[in-house]
Design a protein around this ligand. Structure first.
Ligand SMILES: NC(=O)c1ccc[n+]([C@@H]2O[C@H](COP(=O)([O-])OP(=O)(O)OC[C@H]3O[C@@H](n4cnc5c(N)ncnc54)[C@H](O)[C@@H]3O)[C@@H](O)[C@H]2O)c1
Length: 351
């Protein structure tokens, strides 16, 4: 395997005893950013692999979003098969803070799967290089509503590509996963007059369907529902070769990371004429907000304009992919590569 990262720290946490990986993939465009994942893996090597993959993905995401940042990621490898105590968690967060502090500001951490703003405040007791502490603690808070805002902008762009109009009213969407991001997407789509099919592995989410006047169904049925746009907002890997052959939607655009089960699936989607909004383009709203507010010092309105510009980026990718007869995945990767090859001193974006 080629080693393409700038630095990788793998350490047993001094306080927690847990394996902790902090991977800095690139600082070519500026300080690396990327969240802290606290997750159970079968082995610390699996956690390392995830950190390497996710930090590289963050480099692409930041570059394509026009942010003056590179990619990094922290993984705290939780023991498989048992939950950790509040004290162990606190200790692990302080361990993370110490490693991030040692990196001297080349990497800034934030929330990811298994962590949230309150955890960032704990990391913040050891280092200033942390995003998304609660607003009361001086941070920009939970990124999820901003991720949802960016996904809805991507859905408008997708409707523009499909129908020649970005209007959401009357369009049919199936949202899979109604967690922090998916619920907000569903609420915004309902408010805009869309027709909704909703789904979550957790039956406790069913009442949201009734509240929003939506059909609630099990995830398998939602994935193959006859809708305009399928919106993956649960875990990654939804778009397998088998599922793509059975899809009855005209486009897929959502929040979930790593939607393609393997890279070749992008070509299968293209062959079926199903437009795909590359995941790291559609779900960049959270990191765009954090950088905009906490690094660039933007007012909230300007951060929102930056997030909404995801729609323009995606429209450009749909056009490029159609013109060059390539997948949108390839068009997005090319965009990120071009930006990495020609670093800009400040973030482009709406004034
Ligand atoms: N939170 C953010 O700001 C953010 C930013 C970028 C990307 N993402 C990605 O978006 C996705 C959702 O993030 P989130 O923060 O809302 O997570 P979350 O954990 O709050 O919600 C996930 C939801 O999906 C449901 N779910 C899990 N497995 C499922 C399955 N097989 N079928 C149907 N539902 C299932 C869960 O019950 C839960 O309600 C993830 O892939 C995440 O990596 C999130």
């Amino acid at each position: 395997m080629e080693f393409g990262h700038e630095s990788v720290v793998v350490r047993r946490g001094r306080r927690s005893g847990l394996p902790i990986v902090v991977a800095v993939h690139s600082t070519a465009l500026g300080r690396a950013v990327g969240g802290c994942r606290m997750w159970a893996y079968d082995s610390w090597e699996d956690g390392l692999r995830d950190a390497l993959r996710l930090s590289e993905g963050m480099t692409r995401k930041c570059a394509a979003a026009g942010l003056p940042n590179g990619g990094g990621k922290t993984v705290v490898v939780l023991p498989a098969g048992r939950s950790i105590t509040a004290d162990e968690r606190h200790a692990a967060l302080h361990d993370v803070g110490d490693i991030v502090a040692e990196l001297g500001g080349t990497y800034v951490t934030g929330p990811d799967a298994g962590t949230g703003p309150a955890d960032m405040a704990v990391i913040g007791e050891r280092t200033e290089h942390v995003f998304c502490r609660p607003e009361a603690a001086g941070g920009s808070g939970d990124p999820s509503p901003f991720t949802a805002l960016g996904v809805v902008a991507a859905l408008r762009s997708t409707c523009l590509a499909l129908f020649g109009s970005p209007a959401l009213a009357g369009r049919r969407f199936a949202v899979i996963g109604l967690g922090h991001v998916g619920e907000q997407i569903a609420r915004q789509l309902a408010a805009a007059g869309a027709e909704l099919t909703l789904s979550d592995a957790d039956p406790a989410k069913r009442p949201l369907g009734a509240e929003l006047g939506a059909v609630f169904t099990e995830p398998g049925a939602a994935a193959t529902a006859e809708v305009d746009v399928l919106v993956p907002a649960a875990l990654g890997g939804l778009l397998t070769r088998d599922l793509v052959a059975r899809l009855r939607c005209r486009a897929v655009a959502g929040a979930a990371n790593n939607q393609l089960a393997d890279p070749g699936v992008a070509e299968l989607l293209r062959e079926r004429g199903i437009r795909w909004a590359p995941d790291y383009i559609a779900n960049a709203g959270g990191v765009v907000n954090a950088v905009s507010r906490e690094v660039l010092g933007d007012e909230p309105e300007k951060a929102v304009r930056r997030i909404e510009s995801i729609a323009d980026t995606l429209t450009g990718l749909f056009e490029t992919a159609a013109r060059m007869e390539i997948t949108t995945a390839r068009a997005a990767d090319d965009l990120a590569r071009r930006r990495l090859a020609a670093p800009v001193p400040t973030a482009p974006g709406p004034a």
